[in-house]
Design a protein. Structure first.
Length: 179
């Protein structure tokens, strides 16, 4: 029993030290690119069409949001994501939800989103490959990428108003309103 507690403590210490401030904390901008990881990932959309994740690059900044229908913090973030998408999408911001409900509940995701009035594009990570490759260690995980796939911001968990604060980081990456 003592060994099990020691191992659990070491694992927790490793997770917390790998993420400054612990889980739920905002990380500083990272100089890592996800372009090659995105190029090797293909996920189905809600209609079953296969989408290569690298196809979202090159047009402007991208928010990738890992979420699930059973995740209460994820659902609290959804209206803020929708607002960002509605406000900044016309200027080049892309928002893509990556659902982690799994294959057994995949058929429930589209009607669930419709009932919430959600309009952001959603892909299904049926085997959690994207979650693992893109290091989305908690739900929700929000990644802000530039047009080349470089991670500009990572957050784990949800705090009210967080996505509004992210807006200031996104604005300089977008086309001007009159362009």
């Amino acid at each position: 029993m003592r060994t099990l507690r020691l191992v659990a403590g070491l694992v927790l210490a490793g997770v917390l030290s790998a993420h400054p401030g612990g889980i739920g904390a905002e990380e500083k901008p990272e100089a890592r690119s996800l372009a090659s990881a995105l190029a090797s990932l293909t996920l189905p959309d809600l209609d079953g069409k296969q989408v290569q994740l690298s196809s979202i690059l090159g047009r402007g900044p991208v928010i990738l949001d890992f979420w699930a229908t059973w995740c209460k913090p994820c659902l609290l973030a959804l209206p803020e994501l929708e607002k960002l998408y509605a406000d900044l999408g016309p200027r080049g911001l892309q928002v893509v939800g990556i659902n982690e409900d799994g294959p057994r509940n995949a058929g429930k995701v589209k009607p669930f989103l419709k009932s919430k009035g959600a309009t952001i594009p959603v892909l299904l990570d049926l085997n959690r490959e994207a979650q693992g490759r893109l290091q989305a260690i908690a739900l929700p995980t929000t990644l802000l990428l530039d047009a080349d796939g470089v991670v500009l911001h990572t957050s784990f968990g949800y705090r009210p108003g967080e996505l509004d604060a992210l807006r200031a980081q996104i604005e300089p990456l977008l086309r001007k309103p009159d362009e």
